[in-house]
Design a protein around this ligand. Structure first.
Ligand SMILES: [Zn+2]
Length: 613
């Protein structure tokens, strides 16, 4: 027997196409294929840093990167055209793309019903294999001969075999691809190319840079993976990459086809008990995690700015009649839509409306609808005035007139909450609110998920801004920050409660558009904004809303939201608000013992002051 090839793989000169090539295993595989004399095209949405690949001048000529959206068929098709033009038809495909939502780790009952993570994973692989085989087909039709060494290797993880909590989405796609797709396609492809084959490699855990770069993750790896691997080591990227090379070579693998090869070191399962869950208790009740209590208060608020949004802080001499008409939409359309939404979800009396009194007096019908909904009414200026534009006397006059209007509207119930128009609150505002017996403010954000006490004056001293005409020693000094008073102390009793509100917790910043205001945007997909809100909720739910420990100890977390009828009430946005509230309501229903509640700002402020969870 003679050997015509310099290696046992006999893949020199082959064109290898790798999808998802920017990952740790893929970049290692890229180097290995290049070292074996192959040309390599990498398809991914980001490229690998040159220094990571450390290519020789010769290898640079054999390497090609194409930026691609692997979920878009037209993008994948174009990428194959480009790679064919560079190196001819690829004969080896390493289908290594796919994303996981590992960070979410939600059990199935908390899974987003609209999640498409598994579908995305499957689609990326399906599109790559489809266009790879189409490329083979076109070559064969134009030349009348079979392309040599046609091999597909699909990569994946053992999630679907070794149960891993919180990975339903991932497991669905891995099971489909590794144990269904590969076995079916092995029969299809021989109709196209008699020697073609498809196999899969399962590889986990892998010591990629992604793991090593994160301090502390070694411990996670030990707990979650290595505990069940007899050799007590994770796979190295080179080890997995060489398994890919092996399966890519017809010469090396002979008749192996349709198999799923394990490259995970003999893993026997997942560690499903985390260290932070405490000791395992064995008894009549079996294994049970220690009871941990959570608390999340959802505070929905509506700032009904109406026309006043264009009078005070939103005044601009260029404002037109058309701009003002958006204020009419706010009152005549947006308010009704939001009120009907709150009724639909039975939370009308858990919502706080911060309402400029100009809106209440200009739109009495809308005002009456809000009052009848039994919502809490907080103050928000008269004409949406900016505090820094007024004298203290003007601020007092505005506040007292607004207290009077709202008290009369509510049959004698005084308002206890305040949000400054455009969050423009200053020390004198705090003093005025205290002088008039207010319970809380919601204009600041020294925290984003916990109330705190707002001392007066605030701040104690102006921060020293560098005055470059003076000696540097005149401004180099720390800013005194008052410490939080102890709950129950006289200072705490007299302090306003601050329930945070900010640009990040509202709809108007991204979804509203004021032509002459720099801080509005307007042309943003509601999906993006909804995701931002969910990211906040989920992170707090997983990390900080514990009553027994952590930053929310004794209280939990608060989730404040600020909506505006002028933006949230518009037809292209209100549907997202509806879905968002529906999901929040669903969470309240699956949560234990009223862990999640909708509450007014007043209710939250009183709980904070009382120290009740
Ligand atoms: Zn406002």
């Amino acid at each position: 027997m003679t050997t015509s090839s310099p290696s046992s793989l006999a893949i020199e000169g082959s064109h290898v196409l790798i999808t998802g090539g920017a990952g740790g295993v893929s970049s290692t595989a890229t180097k290995e294929f290049l070292a074996n004399g192959c040309c390599v095209t990498v398809l991914d949405k980001r490229s690998v840093a040159n220094e990571t690949l450390a290519l020789t001048p010769e290898q640079k000529e054999q390497y090609f990167y194409v930026e691609v959206d692997l979920t878009s068929e037209s993008s994948v098709e174009a990428a194959f055209v480009a790679s064919n033009a560079r190196f001819g038809p690829p004969c080896i495909l390493i289908a290594n793309s796919g994303t996981t939502e590992d960070n979410s780790r939600r059990p199935i009952w908390e899974l987003d019903a609209d999640s498409k993570a598994h579908a995305t994973n499957i689609k990326e692989t399906l599109l790559a294999v489809k266009h790879f085989l189409l490329s083979v087909k076109r070559f064969q039709e134009s030349t009348g001969k079979e392309l040599a060494n046609v091999a597909i290797v699909v990569t994946g993880s053992p999630t679907a075999v070794f149960e891993q909590e919180g990975h339903v989405d991932h497991a669905v796609s891995e099971a489909t691809l590794l144990h269904g797709f590969v076995r079916v396609v092995q029969n299809d492809i021989v109709r196209l190319n008699s020697k073609a084959r498809i196999n899969a490699v399962v590889s986990s855990p892998i010591n990629t840079l992604w793991i090593e770069d994160r301090p502390g993750d070694q411990k996670v790896m030990d707990a979650e993976h290595r505990a069940t691997v007899a050799s007590k080591k994770g796979a190295k990227p080179e080890e997995v990459a060489r398994t890919l090379l092996y399966l890519a070579s017809h010469r090396a693998t002979g008749h192996i086809r349709g198999v799923c090869l394990d490259a995970e070191g003999g893993i026997e399962g997942r560690a499903i008990w985390k260290e932070q869950q405490g000791p395992i208790r064995v008894g009549g009740q079996g294994l049970a995690p220690p009871i941990r209590r959570r608390r999340m208060r959802i505070c929905l608020s509506v700032d009904f700015d109406g026309l006043s949004g264009y009078l005070g802080t939103g005044h601009d001499p260029h404002n037109t009649l058309s701009d003002y008409s958006a204020g009419l939409l706010s009152a005549n359309v947006g308010v009704g839509r939001l009120l009907r939404l709150f009724t639909k979800w039975s939370i009308s009396d858990k919502v706080t409306w911060f309402t400029p009194c100009h809106s209440l007096e200009t739109f009495p019908d809308a005002a009456q609808q809000i009052i009848r909904s039994r919502a809490e009414i907080g103050l928000h200026g008269y004409s949406h005035e900016g505090a820094y534009s007024m004298t203290v006397e003007q601020e007092r006059d505005v506040l007292e007139k607004c207290i009077d209007i709202v008290t009369k509207l509510q049959d004698g119930k005084r308002p206890v909450g305040y949000r400054a128009p455009l969050y423009q609150i200053r020390e004198t505002t705090v003093q005025l609110l205290q002088d008039h017996g207010f319970l809380y403010d919601s204009s600041m954000n020294a925290h984003d998920a916990l109330p705190y006490f707002l001392q007066n004056p605030f701040p104690v001293d102006e921060p020293h801004v560098p005055d470059y005409s003076q000696n540097a020693s005149t401004w180099m000094m720390p800013t005194p920050i008052p410490s939080q008073p102890l709950r129950g102390s006289a200072e705490a009793e007299n302090a306003l409660v601050e329930i945070p509100g900010s640009w990040y917790t509202e709809d108007m910043t991204p979804l509203g558009f004021y032509p002459y205001s720099a801080n509005t945007q307007g042309y943003v997909s509601v999906d993006v904004v909804e995701k931002m809100w969910w990211d906040r909720f989920d992170w707090l739910w997983e990390n900080e809303c514990w009553i027994d420990e952590g930053p929310g100890q004794g209280f939990g977390s608060v989730f404040p939201m600020i909506l505006h009828p002028e933006s949230a009430g518009r037809a292209h946005i209100v549907g997202m608000i509806d879905k968002f509230i529906a999901k929040l309501v669903a969470r309240t229903r699956v949560a234990m013992n009223s862990e999640i509640t909708f509450e007014t700002f007043e209710s939250v402020a009183r709980s904070w002051k009382d120290g009740s969870s």
